[in-house]
Design a protein around this ligand. Structure first.
Ligand code: PEP
Length: 255
């Protein structure tokens, strides 16, 4: 399948930024700038912003995602949010396994897998994040790390379910650091991810998966990164908080 047939997706990951009122204002600023987008546009926002974000984007082409979810349907998990809670208010996507969750909140491939399975079962579309640490890249084990994450994070995910999975390749050393992977580095790993998916499923299934790059993508480097055959979109942190910058990335993905 050629790249043009895959869904290009630009998703903002707001992290722990913006109150509900600020979220409404930012989405109101973004909406007219991306109205003509020829790609999917998503804003993944903090839990407490979700309701306001869904209301603010009604009638627009912006979809709303959460930044995490728990795998249990309900129960004694103080502070957690279930897939059913997200689904009921109209959330469509959920970021899972972000490196900040892995680094600061004890997320492992096993828990990413549980969350991914639960999200899919609830009809949410997971954006599953994988990526190597700087130390791992320097030790030349990027492919080993990525292969392990893909295999474990998608363990027991069926070929049918894979159609609703988005993969985000986010080299940890490039997130929030201003250091972007070169377009060739991004392409190399995104192509490797697709090859792993072909091994685990088959080529047709792998060719249909949207694989994003994330890590200091911005309005200045998006064109080059998104021109690569296996880079189907972006997961955008810092630049997603500035309407004009985010819209420029959406425009680059729409070419
Ligand atoms: C992210 O949070 O997923 C991310 C890629 O952040 P940034 O764009 O700020 O590097």
């Amino acid at each position: 399948m050629d790249k043009a047939k895959r869904t290009a997706i630009i998703a903002g990951n707001w992290k722990m930024n913006k109150t509900p009122k600020e979220a409404t204002a930012l989405l109101n600023a973004i909406a007219p700038l991306v109205a003509d987008a020829d790609c999917e546009v998503i804003a993944c926002v903090p839990y407490v912003d979700l309701a306001a974000a869904i209301e603010a984007t009604e009638g627009t082409n912006i979809k709303i995602g959460a930044e995490n979810c728990h795998w249990a349907e309900s129960g004694a998990f103080t502070g957690e949010i279930s897939t059913g809670m997200l689904k009921e208010i109209g959330v469509e996507y959920v970021v899972l396994g972000h490196s900040e969750r892995r680094q600061y909140f004890g997320e492992t491939d096993e828990t990413v897998n549980k969350r991914t399975k639960a999200a899919l079962a609830a009809g949410l579309k997971p954006i599953v994040c994988v990526g190597e640490l700087l130390w791992e890249r320097e030790c030349n084990i990027t492919e080993e790390v990525i292969a392990r994450q893909i295999k474990l994070d998608l363990w027991d995910v069926t070929e049918e379910e894979l159609k609703n999975v988005v993969i985000a390749y986010e080299p940890v050393w490039a997130i929030g650091t201003g250091k972007t992977a070169t377009a060739d580095q991004a392409e190399e790993v995104c192509a490797f991810i697709r090859a792993q998916l072909a091994k685990l499923y088959n080529q047709e299934a792998a060719d249909a998966v949207t694989i994003q790059y994330g890590g200091s993508m911005n309005d200045g480097n998006a064109d080059e990164l998104l021109s690569k055959v296996n880079v189907d979109g972006g997961l955008i942190g810092g630049a997603s908080l500035v309407a004009e910058k985010f819209a420029a990335i959406v425009k680059a993905a729409s070419k």
